[in-house]
Design a protein around this ligand. Structure first.
Ligand code: CMC
Length: 430
């Protein structure tokens, strides 16, 4: 803690209220307002725009610089030199693994990929056209019913095994969602394959013939998982922490994170980007949509643009842009009409005064959707893939919270409803 203090004077309250100012290793100082309630005051910050809800050592973002660090390592270096599972290990354990630790970790994860056969019955209960994110909320929450009685969240070993199970089973469940919608048989995992390869095998393989997986696509998939692995206290991670703060089962907490991720302002944006490009339909209509996005009276926003924290550029989107070019080149899809619309839209928005002034840059979801479309992943699966990658961050944050002293999350409110009034009997009401 620093020696800095913040002082607050409030009309109607005698004297000055002094509050400690906390300094992290990076980032802005934080005023500790915890004692304000003793003075009869709350702070008001809808959307948590200026509120640090917890202390964390996992991920750091400097939105002005366009910097994203996981345990101190820049995302660009991890994307280029590491892989998804090593990044999962890093997020959870705080350090990169040694070669032996990495070998053991990968083996452990790949040994947990299968889901209980009864999970198949849950899928049978879903309509063929159920949204895969709806199915994911259900089946990941359902995992709690398989691992509840034996799970003591205060035991670090139990927490570690829960993390392994989640990271291992998410691709299996994600692929099951897709197979269910196609009416195709579920594919069992092949633990001899790499993490991303195995996911592609379960998505696109069938039991009648061996899977063929393009290494460029497998590498792109792994980087997509990696780039989504964590992003500090975003809406879904904060949801996981809040749900976890009551001591709830971690599988249920991750399910709540999946629900929070689903919306188009968060993980659902990658799906929304593709839907928007399809709606635009032709390069000649881009100006019309840019005008709509700028019109204050029109709720339309350019999906895949803007970010609450990044006000310079999203470092993940730069990496994603590189992979996008590589994958589309390898698949001969450079002339894909939607891609052409995307490229033109990007150029116009980057030069447009409105977007420049408001610092609205393409975010990670802008390019990830285009890559996934080229790989053959259907649009409604995009957010499921985001959820699969983000599971590493969710469970690392949940574990960090439970490993340290924590309180149940319980925000307060600015109440603007009725003051007290007397109950009106039914026959006296208008
Ligand atoms: N298109 C047009 N105008 C925009 C956009 C956009 N995509 N994003 C923000 N603005 C405008 C907004 O209208 C507002 O204007 P004004 O100040 O005149 O009222 C200003 O920019 C600030 O917007 P905000 O909503 O106050 O900013 P925020 O930090 O609360 O929202 C955001 C961030 C990501 C929700 C928002 O930029 C957005 O809705 N973007 C489109 C959806 C999207 O791509 N989401 C993915 C985010 S990255 C992946 C993830 O984290 O899940």
């Amino acid at each position: 803690m620093s020696d800095k203090k913040a002082q607050l004077t409030v009309d109607g309250i005698d004297g000055t209220i002094e509050m400690p100012v906390l300094s992290g290793t990076l980032g802005p100082d934080v005023v500790d307002v915890g004692k304000l309630t003793g003075k009869g005051l709350f702070t008001y910050d809808p959307g948590f725009v200026s509120t640090a809800a917890c202390e964390s050592k996992i991920t750091y973002i400097d939105g002005a610089k366009g910097q994203l660090l996981h345990r101190g390592y820049p995302i660009e270096q991890l994307a280029e030199q590491s892989d998804y599972l090593e990044t999962c290990y890093l997020l959870m354990n705080g350090e990169l693994p040694s070669a032996e630790e990495k070998r053991e970790y990968v083996e452990t994860i790949m040994n947990h990929t299968m889901v209980h056969e009864s999970i198949v019955n849950f899928f049978k209960g879903f309509r063929y056209d159920a949204h895969p994110m709806a199915m994911m909320c259900g089946v990941v929450g359902a995992l709690a019913s398989f691992y509840h009685d034996s799970l003591d969240i205060n035991d670090p070993e139990h927490r570690r095994i829960s993390a392994h199970r989640l990271i291992a089973k998410m691709p299996t469940l994600a692929a099951m969602c897709y197979k269910h919608s196609k009416g195709q048989p579920f594919m069992y995992p092949d633990n001899n394959l790499g993490y991303a390869e195995n996911f592609l095998h379960m998505m696109f393989g069938n039991p009648c013939e061996p899977s063929t997986i393009d290494p460029i696509v497998a590498k792109a998939m792994d980087v997509i998982f990696l780039l989504h692995a964590d992003h500090e206290q975003n809406a879904s991670t904060s949801t996981v922490r809040l749900a976890g703060s009551s001591g709830a089962n971690p599988f249920a907490c991750i399910s709540s994170g999946i629900a929070a991720l689903w919306g188009p302002a968060h993980g659902g944006a990658n799906e929304a980007v593709l839907n928007m490009l399809q709606e635009i339909g032709d390069e000649s209509r881009i100006d019309e949509y840019v005008a709509k996005a700028k019109d204050k009276n029109d709720p339309f926003r350019l999906m895949g643009f803007g970010h609450r924290v990044y006000k310079n550029f999203d470092p993940r989107s730069r990496v994603m842009q590189g992979i996008c070019d590589e994958v589309l080149g390898a698949m001969g899809a450079e002339n894909d009409p939607l891609l052409r619309i995307a490229k033109k839209l990007e150029k116009i928005a980057l030069e447009d005064e409105y977007f420049v002034e408001k610092k609205l840059y393409p975010n990670v979801d802008f390019y990830s959707g285009i890559i996934m479309k080229a790989i053959g992943i259907p649009t409604d699966m995009f957010t499921v893939i985001f959820a699969t990658g983000r599971t590493a961050g969710w469970i690392a944050h949940w574990n960090e919270m439970i490993s340290n002293p924590y309180k149940i999350g319980r925000p307060r409110q600015l109440y603007t409803g009725y003051t007290q009034r007397d109950y009106m009997p039914l026959d006296k009401r208008k």
